[in-house]
Write a protein that binds this ligand. Structure first.
Ligand SMILES: Cc1cc2nc3c(=O)[nH]c(=O)nc-3n(C[C@H](O)[C@H](O)[C@H](O)COP(=O)(O)OP(=O)(O)OC[C@H]3O[C@@H](n4cnc5c(N)ncnc54)[C@H](O)[C@@H]3O)c2cc1C
Ligand code: FES
Length: 285
């Protein structure tokens, strides 16, 4: 079990820009030193609704990119899908407004020490943390292929960024409005075999991560995924986000995905537990 990210800081961060991009809002915050501590896979927890709001739970957002220099000091970017009350409130805030945020939180993607062949797979806004990751991997001399999937073209985030930062980009939509028609998992086996992929990094809905893990296990490829389990506090206090994970000692424990994740090894997750504590879990009777 891990503790909260040692670099996590709470601050009032000013919105520098907030722009609509397809189905999402791309929001940039001035965060000072936080930017230099964030790693691909970390997330930010944002208080929504203003000081008198009944929305007491922070909302988690994957960190899309950070810049540690600039006229505003460090910058942190996120991609928000306006969905329920909290995310819609956030997407309606204008530049100049300050929000209460905590970052960087959670674990980061593991970066190989030697050049490897990596496949990055993102579903919807789940592609957000993969662009920063691809830059780090490319700087390490890795080959990087990327698959971005969504239900429809408007929900594929930043395909142009994808094209710029990787060796090959494949887009997949369920309704066929762009790229290949189907799901990301339809194209994976082919890419893994053709490009002799060593490691898959994924981020997106849980069902997608589970399906990717099945393919990774079948083809013997290492799989790291950024889990998106419901979170309430984001800082390890409330136990809302627990998930059964098998440790290196073989014991299954209910771990908090906000501090022991969101990035975990795909083969350590007990997939399909559906919020039931699996038999034999440490501490369960
Ligand atoms: C690690 C992580 C990364 C994420 N990254 C992104 C991202 O990059 N972009 C993006 O758009 N979204 C992201 N999300 C989803 C985001 O945190 C919100 O869940 C989503 O925006 C919906 O929030 P809402 O306020 O619009 O909806 P609402 O329906 O108003 O609120 C849902 C929020 O309340 C919490 N909640 C509601 N009821 C309960 C309950 N009974 N117990 C505990 N918690 C409850 C949920 O966890 C959720 O955070 C991420 C989530 C996680 C966990
Ligand atoms: S969200 Fe509260 S412990 Fe993880």
């Amino acid at each position: 079990m891990m503790g909260i990210n040692k670099n996590a800081t709470q601050m009032m961060a000013e919105i520098v820009s907030n722009k609509r991009v397809g189905a999402y809002n791309h929001i940039v915050f001035a965060v000072g030193d936080i930017a230099s501590h964030a790693k691909p896979g970390n997330f930010v927890a944002i208080a929504v609704g203003g000081p008198n709001s009944a929305m007491v739970l922070r909302r988690a957002f994957a960190i899309y990119r950070t810049f540690d220099k600039g006229s505003n000091g460090g910058l942190l970017e996120i991609v928000v899908a306006p969905h329920g009350a909290g995310s819609t409130w956030l997407t309606n805030q204008l530049p100049g407004f300050k929000v209460d945020l905590i970052a960087p939180l959670g674990t980061a993607f593991g970066i190989p020490t030697e050049p490897v062949r990596a496949l990055l797979v993102g579903g919807g806004y789940g592609s957000a943390p993969l662009f920063g990751l691809s830059e780090v991997l490319k700087n390490r001399g890795c080959r990087v292929d990327m698959v971005l999937g969504a239900s429809t073209a408007m929900k594929i985030y930043a395909p142009l960024d994808g094209k710029r930062s990787v060796n090959s980009l494949t887009t997949v939509t369920e309704d066929g409005t762009t790229g290949i028609t189907g799901k990301v998992t339809d194209v994976l086996a082919d890419i893994i075999e053709t490009n002799q992929i060593d490691i898959i990094y994924s981020c997106g809905p849980m069902g997608m991560l589970e399906a990717i893990n099945v393919i990774a296990e079948r083809l013997g490829v290492v799989h790291q995924c950024a889990i998106e389990e419901a979170m309430a506090c984001g800082i390890g206090v409330c136990m809302t986000c627990v998930l059964p994970i098998r440790g290196e000692d073989g014991v299954v424990r209910m771990l908090r995905s906000c501090i022991d994740g969101p990035v975990v090894d795909g083969d350590s997750v007990i997939w399909g537990a559906k919020r039931v504590i699996p038999e034999g879990t440490w501490g369960a009777h």
